[in-house]
Design a protein around this ligand. Structure first.
Ligand SMILES: Nc1nc2c(ncn2[C@@H]2O[C@H](COP(=O)(O)OP(=O)(O)OP(=O)(O)O)[C@@H](O)[C@H]2O)c(=O)[nH]1
Ligand SMILES: [Mg+2]
Length: 319
């Protein structure tokens, strides 16, 4: 008998992994069934989230980190959440080019994901793609996102460790604080440390951290200098990630519960909306609600209550 797609994913077959990811990205019904089958085999991988401003050197850093992990005998999955439109293809190609050092290495699987066009939300699609890599036996999964949108920040926040990458001298520190990515950092990487001003950036972060009070059992995010282009500091970065992994404050269980909660709520919300759109109201009826709300004929609260009542009635009649 030919093995099923889930069996091939569990065996770590690259073509099956890619196929499974495409099913997820396209929201195919088979994707849900596949995820159900592989889920019991997940939870082993260590998830590293890397975020930071555009062009901070995240992909270069991830590439170096992957090489470092491979030398340590670990297998790696990389998910690059691409900030640009899927139509330009620019950054997708860019990531491929930069990471092609791993081409032909079966121990590294790289996937670029477009940020647009995910019906069920980018965070959910990304977490499902990470599940596939986990099921396929990758030891470490690195997820790279640009720290610009809530979705991107959420993705990284839910990883087992969140690395925030900043660069010297562009006022990025301040921008990052605004974008709300400073508080999600478990480890800071000041990349492009070969450039002038790295020391100032490091002290700016340390000053900001010193405004918090850390108790004896708390984790204080370390600040690591890296030069991704040469690989300098990457070993220290991984060592600090490892230290975080062992730290009691970094409870993986707590992270996993947050992740599980996020997943379930996203899925429920998404399923309920689909149910409303497909089973309760037709597209024209839903559009009708939009029109009436816009025209102030009905308020959104009343509309939502009406739709909820319809959905509940529908549920009792059905099944
Ligand atoms: N001088 C210097 N340049 C670097 C360093 N790391 C990366 N770069 C360069 O910075 C540019 C952007 O690097 P990427 O790795 O694409 O940055 P990124 O953060 O992944 O970019 P986006 O995904 O587009 O946000 C490239 O030209 C890299 O060669 C570094 O440590 N020092
Ligand atoms: Mg990148």
């Amino acid at each position: 008998m030919t093995p099923t797609l889930s069996e091939r994913v569990l065996a770590g077959e690259p073509r099956a992994i890619a196929r499974a990811m495409t099913l997820i990205e396209n929201e195919r019904p088979e994707a849900a069934a596949l995820l159900q089958r592989i889920f019991p085999h997940t939870g082993r991988a260590f998830l590293v989230g890397i975020t930071g401003p555009p062009g901070a050197g995240k992909s270069t850093l991830v590439d170096r980190l992957a090489a470092h992990l491979r030398r340590a005998g670990l297998t790696v999955g990389i998910v690059a959440v691409d900030p640009t439109s899927p139509y330009s293809g620019g950054a997708v190609l860019g990531d491929r080019v930069r990471m092609q050092a791993h081409a032909g290495d079966a121990g590294v699987f790289i996937r670029s994901m477009a940020t647009r066009g995910h019906l069920g939300g980018l965070a959910r699609a990304t977490s499902e793609v990470a599940l596939v890599l986990d099921a396929a036996g990758k030891d470490v999964i690195v997820i790279e996102t640009v720290g610009v949108g809530q979705d991107e920040v959420d993705i990284v926040r839910m990883a087992d460790v969140s690395v925030v990458t900043l660069v010297p001298g562009t006022g990025d520190e301040v921008q990052a604080i605004k974008a709300g990515i400073m508080e999600i950092a478990d480890v800071f990487a000041v990349n492009k440390a070969d450039r002038e001003g790295a020391d100032r950036t490091v002290s700016a972060i340390e000053t900001m951290l010193s405004l918090n009070t850390y108790g004896p059992g708390d984790w204080k995010p370390p600040v690591v200098r890296t030069t991704a282009t040469t690989g300098s500091g990457v070993d220290t970065l991984w060592a600090e990630i490892g230290r975080f992994r062992e730290h009691p404050a970094a409870s993986r269980l707590a992270r996993r519960r947050t992740r599980a909660g996020f997943r379930l709520r996203e899925l429920l919300g998404h399923r309920f909306l689909r149910f409303v759109e497909h089973e309760v109201l037709g597209p024209a009826e839903l559009e009708g609600y939009y029109e009436r709300i816009a025209a102030r004929e009905v308020d959104p609260y009343t509309a939502a209550a009406e739709i909820m009542a319809l959905a509940l009635g529908r549920q009792e009649k059905g099944t």
